[in-house]
Design a protein around this ligand. Structure first.
Ligand code: PEP
Ligand code: MN
Length: 354
């Protein structure tokens, strides 16, 4: 259930509503309000709320609207909000601003190295990525690696390099944050906070990016074996904590076939567009693990109406410290960007309804 609070409600009327909600829900959870599109709302699981209690709630003067939402996720659901959410990237640092989602038809391309390796590598790639037409620079400073013996990233030093690359190119930057205690410092340097596939169930981290005062856009990658509902509930954590700026990223899920690193679930894109108002992008690099598959899967993702792509690019992919096999060159990126833009311009996008 989602209750939209009337903008004209007096403090007594609000207090009355809160008291009633506490009684109805048995006061098991504190009643929290969240701001969505400049409106204050309360989202709650209404499975234990009977018809009589619901009627009493809808009669409250502080209640402008009461919506029954059947799905376990509420605020991110299309049933709650019919219009596509649009998210502005780059509002907190001096750089170009990029809008993703809404009714924007042109895909947003994020590109850069898997990991920030050194200043030269990053600045060279950033310049090339910008020249290719990408709008956001990616680069991992903190790398969640499967083996503890692999390159773990440059950490805070890498964040400084990303900020410098933004200053040089004007591109906003996206980088991963792995733990709640690091959200503040990553937010000081980045324009988009990436939550990696391995951290989608790190609930303290989801809450930390949700609570952060800047409400920086969050790129929430699908977990290695997340169901769509689990993924949307992870997004719900962030939105319910106060940050509505969530972008979903399909990056492939585990399969039994080692030929590709993961299995790209393209059908999740139109499905998500039915279920949620949040923008959806695709990472064809991690989804395939093979650079020769990246251009075609990038095209396929745009054909399936993804709002953007995030692609790993390296000036010398064969010598990359991380994910070289799936990294493409800046020249290949340029071709992908030209193709996908052309493709998107001739596509008639589906009209999405709740
Ligand atoms: C990455 O973007 O480099 C990364 C580690 O991605 P994922 O979390 O999808 O594996
Ligand atoms: Mn990577």
């Amino acid at each position: 259930m989602i209750i939209t609070i009337s903008t004209t409600a007096s403090s007594e009327e609000r207090a009355q509503l809160m008291a009633l909600l506490c009684r109805i829900t048995g006061n098991q959870h504190p009643i929290k309000t969240t701001e969505i599109d400049r409106r204050e709302v309360i989202a709650l699981d209404a499975s234990g709320i009977d018809a009589q209690a619901q009627a009493a709630l809808s009669e409250q003067r502080a209640v402008e609207r009461l919506q029954r939402i059947k799905t376990p996720y509420k605020l991110v659901s299309r049933a709650f909000k019919a219009q596509n959410s649009s998210i502005i990237i780059g509002q907190h640092h001096e750089c170009e601003q990029v809008t993703i989602g809404g009714e924007i038809a042109e895909p947003v391309i994020m590109a850069g190295p898997c990991a920030v390796e050194n200043r030269d590598q990053l600045i060279t790639t950033a310049r090339a990525v910008k020249a290719s037409g990408a709008q956001v620079l990616r680069g991992g400073a903190f790398k969640p690696r499967t083996s503890p013996y692999q390159f773990q990233g440059l950490g805070v030093e890498g964040l400084h390099m990303l900020a410098e690359a933004r200053q040089i190119t004007g591109l906003p930057v996206i980088t991963e944050v792995m733990e709640p205690g690091m959200v503040e410092i990553v937010a000081q340097h980045a324009d988009v906070l990436q939550i990696g596939a391995r951290n989608i169930q790190n609930y303290p981290l989801l809450l930390a990016v949700g609570h952060h005062s800047k409400k920086l856009p969050v790129l929430l990658k699908r977990g290695l074996s997340s169901t769509i509902d689990e993924w949307l509930l992870a997004a719900e954590y962030i939105v319910a904590a106060g940050n509505p700026n969530v972008i979903l990223c399909e990056r492939g899920i585990r399969s039994y076939d080692p030929q590709t690193r993961n299995l790209l679930d393209l059908s999740c894109i139109p499905l998500l567009h039915q279920l949620t108002h949040l923008p959806v992008i695709v990472d064809p690099s991690h989804a395939t693990g093979r650079r020769e598959l990246v251009p075609i899967m990038a095209r396929a993702s745009i054909a399936a109406e993804a709002e953007g792509l995030i692609i790993e690019v390296h000036p010398d992919p064969n010598n990359a410290l991380c994910d070289g096999k799936q990294s493409i060159t800046p020249e290949q990126l340029q071709q992908i960007i030209q193709e996908t833009r052309l493709f998107a311009s001739i596509m008639k996008r589906e009209v999405r309804v709740a």
